[in-house]
Design a protein around this ligand. Structure first.
Ligand code: FMN
Length: 364
């Protein structure tokens, strides 16, 4: 993949859609299917978009929006947008440099990067690659001592929070990968230990909280009931996610679940969300509904596949422009002014899939 020099990239990519088109051209069929696919019928993938498309805006006018500030706080640190790079395993099959390229793109723009434990070049080298605000996400593939060792290494390398992904008790059936015979490199080399993940229960969360003071994020909470239990265990962040529709099929769209989670948490922890977020308007909807931050999964991967770290930074710039446009048109000058009254249920229009945020894709 040839990343254009900085400067040209602003002219080359005027819209997010153009980055998606370039990614499609650059990626071979196996990595492409791995990236865009979901579990079984991919109903959860489509519901992520459907849920976002079923939210409409209630704009207010005549409120002087000549200056709009779209910055936010992420675990008490200032960030340029209320978004972060969600953890992506096997990114090295999508972009040269894997997680290092993602961290560099995130750093160039100014948003946090959450590193997956199953992504090359790994915890230490990714930390060395860029000066980002960073979080480490672990798939539990070993005993308590193994987990503790990852916490130690993460803290030693400047990761400011630790995330356990809890929606992977079973490894799902990703039929695009199966049909295409695509074997992810990390699956080929490190399949052992997944029974530890299947065996996880709230007692390990308790043990973690008793032993470690690093902020803990539980990723993959999809009901008010589990949000309540998470808060009772003292987690700092309840991360509402269905893994981008890649785990349980026939789940609900994340944006549809978010309100019940925000209500259950009731300000006792931060709520983050991901699943289908592709546009500035999507980000604004989540924050209006009470999320503190939005995880971006496939979108940064597509931007990286299009043009490496500069492509990712460019995608974030475009997203920022979209966010600011949306905030201004809603009559607010910052996220602090946004409330649930700015959104309402609305009939969705058109198709709902990974790419329905880009309706012009494929048109001349
Ligand atoms: C290619 C790919 C790899 C992923 N790998 C991980 C992972 O290693 N750990 C994890 O917690 N979630 C993983 N996820 C899920 C994302 O962190 C995130 O929850 C999801 O992609 C959000 O949905 P979106 O892609 O529609 O934005 C992965 C998602 C994709 C697309």
């Amino acid at each position: 993949m040839n990343a254009p020099p900085k400067g040209q990239i602003q002219e080359q990519f005027l819209t997010l859609q153009e980055l998606v088109e370039a990614a499609r051209r650059n990626l071979p069929p196996g990595p492409w299917s791995y990236l865009v696919g979901g579990a079984e019928t991919e109903t959860t993938v489509r519901r992520n978009r459907l849920a976002l498309d079923s939210i409409g805006f209630r704009p207010r006018v005549l409120r002087d929006v000549s200056k709009v500030d779209s910055s936010s706080a992420f675990l008490s640190r200032k960030v340029r947008l209320p978004v972060f790079l969600a953890p992506i395993g096997g990114l090295e099959s999508i972009v040269e440099g894997g997680a290092a390229a993602a961290a560099q793109g995130a750093a160039a723009f100014g948003v946090p990067h959450m590193l997956s434990s199953v992504c090359q070049p790994g915890l230490e080298a990714t930390a060395a690659a860029a000066d980002t605000l960073r979080v480490f996400q672990l798939y539990v593939r070993g005993d308590d001592a193994w987990v503790d060792d990852h916490v130690r290494r993460a803290l030693e390398h400047g990761y400011t929070a630790f995330c356990l992904t809890v929606d992977v008790a079973m490894y799902s059936r990703r039929e695009r990968d199966l049909v295409g015979r695509f074997v992810k490199p990390w699956r080929a080399t490190a399949p052992a230990g997944s029974s530890y993940q299947s065996g996880l229960s709230w007692s390990q969360v308790k043990r973690f909280k008793d032993k470690h003071s690093v902020p803990l994020i539980l990723k993959g909470i999809a009901t008010a009931e589990d949000a309540e239990i998470a808060v009772q265990h003292g987690v700092q962040v309840v991360y509402c996610s269905n893994h981008g529709g890649r785990q349980l099929d026939h789940g609900l769209g994340s944006a549809a679940v978010l309100p019940e989670i925000v209500k259950a948490v009731a300000g006792r922890a931060d709520v983050w969300v991901d699943g289908g977020f592709m546009r500035g308007t999507d980000i604004v909807k989540a924050i209006a509904l009470g999320a503190k931050a939005v995880g971006l999964g496939r979108l940064p991967c597509l931007a990286l596949a299009a043009a490496g770290a500069p492509g990712l930074a460019r995608a974030l710039e475009i997203l920022e422009n979209e966010v600011q446009t949306c905030l201004g048109l809603l009559g607010v000058t910052s996220f602090a002014e946004l409330t649930p009254r700015h959104v309402t249920a609305a009939p969705p229009v058109g198709e709902h899939d990974v790419f329905s945020a880009f309706p012009l894709l494929g048109e001349p």
